[in-house]
Design a protein around this ligand. Sequence first.
Ligand code: 13P
Ligand code: SF4
Length: 320
Amino acid sequence: AEDPLELMDEIEALKKERNAAILSHFYTDGDLQEIADFTGDSLKLARDAASITNPVIVFCGVHFMGESAKILSPEKTVLMPDLQAGCSLAESCQPEDLARFQNELRAAGRDIQTVAYINTSAAVKSLCDWIVTSGNAREIIDRVPADKEILFVPDQHLGRYLSEVTGRKMILWPGSCMVHEVFSIQDLLRAKRNNPQAIIMAHPECPRNILEHADVIGGTEKMRRHVAAIAEPTTFLVATEANMIHPLQKIAPQHTFIPVPGIMTSTGETCACNRCPHMARNTLQKVRDALRDMQPEIVWQPFFADAQEVLRRSLLEPAK
Ligand code: 13P
Ligand code: SF4
């Protein structure tokens, strides 16, 4: 393996040469967040991709994120360190299956609008009326006319949570995130027993039995804002992808952050089950290679045009 510090220097130089910006999601490795020009949640990174003026973006994240960046900014070159970085949620909703289900509902006389989590392919987005992220979901759901039924895809846990907080009934697609799905309630409760004062923070992609025990429920940007607002040193149990500890520690070093269920392994090491294997495909070496070779690239596809309007309306335009 090549030396990380040398790779960082090489990346810095190539970035200048290409006039590129590096965008890294909070679930990528800490080194990738350190070399990034922009870090953030799905919503912020999509908005950053649309607003920055650099002609080249290297997106350290997963495929749907790079794709969304390209759709919002077709004139830019969008590189990804590894195009194989997928997402179990996006995978769980295939466009043919969604189109068939929508047709069945309409044939049965149901007047639906489809709301998709941004964790979907462009082909799925093009079949939807609204796109949400964990950061803007409540606001967008308020924009769905009250006389419409909501079909929410693909995350059943986020959908159920949103249905509860907004009071809107929803038809839920049976998808889930492989990382958030596996958090064990036993591990969480044991961690809480060992740290009775700890505040439990959970991502709304977690199943209900985890959310029921959470003091704070929110996406990654909301978690950051929450810990930054507390001055008193506090212990947090964090139920989301374990790399999230990096930005939390950075913005609020006074606190102690314990990833769930990481502390429960007998060796004292962080359990790999709270790491996203897709996000983990992003490495310094692949970022260097992408900037050097100007590939792999998210290439514009004609069907991206169908997803463009719904993505812009949902993420870039404020409610009227
Ligand atoms: P946010 O950072 O938008 O909360 O998204 C979480 C996630 O799972 C991205 O894949
Ligand atoms: Fe997809 Fe879950 Fe990985 Fe996010 S953490 S990219 S939702 S599999």
